[in-house]
Design a protein around this ligand. Structure first.
Ligand code: FAD
Length: 536
């Protein structure tokens, strides 16, 4: 039950960074780095990974200029890096220029996330152009658009070794020319420039159809190839032209079609792995047979993850974040199923919040001490049990976080059953604040805040209604994600609880019987029903 392995493998073109190599690779590097800070449990990161891999392959030929990499912030040991770089949501993309030196004001430049490989490439090109405008990126080819109305300036600034110049002419907003300029930058005998032109410019350049490529030699003899629709086609045309002139072309950016499919690397597990797999399988089946059961181990693992990877990774906690964190610790101290060691740990953490601002690293030290084996804070190893997915990147933390907050709403309702003045929003407000300020999955957080407004969370008027509000909200997310690519095939997203688990929870017409649903949810998440591993 080891913690996850990341979303990228050595076979991918994405360079895997860790706490051990981040600084040695990225600092003082002759190349720039475009780094994805991600979290392997985050559904958005999982959906994002294929296009990030595709980008790394797509711009492989530019790797002497900029490298595409990723670091998994859900790995314990990488936490200090993610804190230092103030990563508060996933995936986060940062660009580190060549020769980068870290500093308090220099945690890399935020780069916008794209929807697909083409958009990633566009945002990367935008960044490279900006770098050049800001007088960095000296190793890049000239990425600024060609602004002259005549071709005679194409060799301007080019070394004497350059024999041919190419001008890619395309419509405004096109990235074709810049991409080809980067693709061919290793061919030192040519220079590629581009112009994204309006009609007036086109007439001046003698171009009638776009995209067009104009080739010119040192004697200002020019040739034009038109109707070159794609980046590959432009590169092929330029290569053909140069081959005819017996000029060697260096273009190691892969062609699109080469990368349409990859063979799966099927590995045969060894005996030890097979035995381990078998005992895991047995445990998994046993847990499934137990039904809707909450394990102490999942609650503790979610709490540890939240404190270590989301709270303590915040460099400086102040303002709303600090208020939310104090309230979070408040409800944990009241309702989390901890023994005495755990209670002392939460008290110590809460004491550290008396100052404003609070350094995340101060909290990290307290958590690290609590994790030492003899500290008696945690009763179980940091592993998932019922929240374990069928692969390391599925389920895990978000599953644990849902369970943690269901547990807290239910136990607030149970403990305050006779207190008619208890605040019905005590736990939901904390959850809302936590998800808004700390939950690393940006888009989940946004959806949750929208849902809280739409489903009038603030109008919840009793503790029982707060239990039901969260049940209903979770079911809405389940419905939206049913059939999504991030769904674990072994744990499909269903409307909770299943009919066979609670037949009385549904009326004859299949509507919910809310009295029975409340009874069932309270039963599942009640402190007396929380199980320890090994208990049947
Ligand atoms: P989960 O949905 O995580 O459920 C965990 C366990 O809770 C289940 O196994 C079941 O035992 C129990 N359970 C299920 N439904 C209920 C219920 N209605 N009431 C009580 N108990 C229940 N992912 C996205 O891709 N997009 C999003 O917008 C998004 N928003 C999220 C918002 C929040 C606040 C959280 C915590 C997570 C969000 N996620 C989102 C992640 C997603 O909801 C799942 O947590 C994740 O996909 C893992 O799913 P899972 O199969 O482990 O089950």
């Amino acid at each position: 039950f080891l913690e996850g392995q990341g979303l990228y493998n050595p076979e991918d073109d994405v360079i895997v960074l860790t706490v051990h190599n981040f600084k040695s690779q990225v600092m003082n590097s002759p190349q720039a780095w475009l780094v994805e800070f991600y979290n392997s449990w985050c559904g958005f990161c999982q959906r994002f990974a294929p296009s990030w891999k595709a980008l790394a392959t797509d711009v492989k030929g530019w790797s002497d200029l900029v490298k595409v990499a990723a670091i998994d912030c859900s790995e314990d040991e990488n936490t200090p890096i993610c804190r230092e770089y103030e990563i508060m949501g996933y995936p986060t993309l940062r660009y580190f220029h060549e020769g980068y030196q870290p500093g308090p004001q220099n945690v890399g430049v935020a780069v916008q996330k794209g929807e697909d490989v083409m958009e990633h490439r566009r945002f990367l090109i935008d960044r490279l152009i900006t770098e050049q405008k800001e007088r960095r990126g000296a190793q890049y080819p000239n990425l600024l658009p060609y602004t002259h109305n005549a071709l005679t300036y194409l060799f301007e600034g080019a070394p004497n070794t350059v024999e041919y110049a190419f001008l890619v002419v395309d419509r405004p907003g096109s990235y074709l020319g810049a991409a080809v300029t980067l693709d061919l930058h290793k061919t030192h005998t040519i220079v590629v420039r581009y112009v994204n032109s309006n009609q007036t410019n086109l007439a001046n350049l003698g171009v009638t159809v776009i995209p067009t490529v104009i080739a010119m030699d040192r004697n200002h003899r020019s040739e034009m190839f038109t109707i070159v629709e794609s980046r590959d086609e432009i590169r092929n045309s330029i290569s053909r032209f140069l081959n005819n002139k017996r000029v060697q072309v260096t273009d190691d950016t892969p062609r699109q079609e080469i990368f349409t499919g990859k063979w799966l690397d099927v590995k045969v597990p060894d005996m030890a792995t097979l035995i381990q797999e078998r005992s895991r399988q047995a445990l998994k089946e046993r847990i499934k047979r137990m039904g809707d059961v909450v394990f102490q181990m999942d609650l503790e693992t979610a709490l540890r993850y939240s404190l270590k990877h989301e709270v303590a990774t915040t460099k400086l906690i102040t303002g709303e974040k600090l208020r939310v964190l104090r309230a979070y610790l408040g409800v944990l101290r009241k309702y989390f199923p901890f023994g005495r060691g755990g209670q002392l740990f939460l008290t110590e953490l809460a004491m550290k919040l008396s100052e404003d601002p609070v350094q995340g690293s101060t909290l990290a030290e307290v958590i690290q001490r609590a994790e030492q084996e003899d500290s008696l804070v945690f009763s179980s190893p940091q592993q998932w049990l019922a929240c374990r997915g069928s692969s390391p990147t599925l389920r895990g933390y978000p599953c644990g976080l849902w369970k943690l907050f269901h547990y807290l709403t239910v136990n607030s309702a149970e403990q305050n059953i006779n207190d008619h003045h208890a605040n019905p929003l005590e736990v939901l407000d904390v959850m809302h604040g936590y998800v808004k300020n700390f939950f690393g999955c940006y888009d989940c957080s946004q959806h949750f805040q929208d849902m809280a407004a739409r489903r009038e969370m603030r109008n919840v008027s009793s503790l029982d209604s707060s239990v039901l509000w969260l049940w209903m909200a979770h079911n809405e997310v389940n419905k939206r994600l049913s059939g999504d690519q991030t769904e674990d095939p072994e744990f499909p997203k269903v409307q909770f609880p299943l009919k066979e688990r609670c037949p009385v929870c549904r009326n004859g017409d299949n509507t919910w019987n809310l009295v029975e649903v409340l009874r069932y949810v309270k039963h599942v998440y009640s402190s007396i029903n929380v199980r320890y591993i090994g208990a049947d």
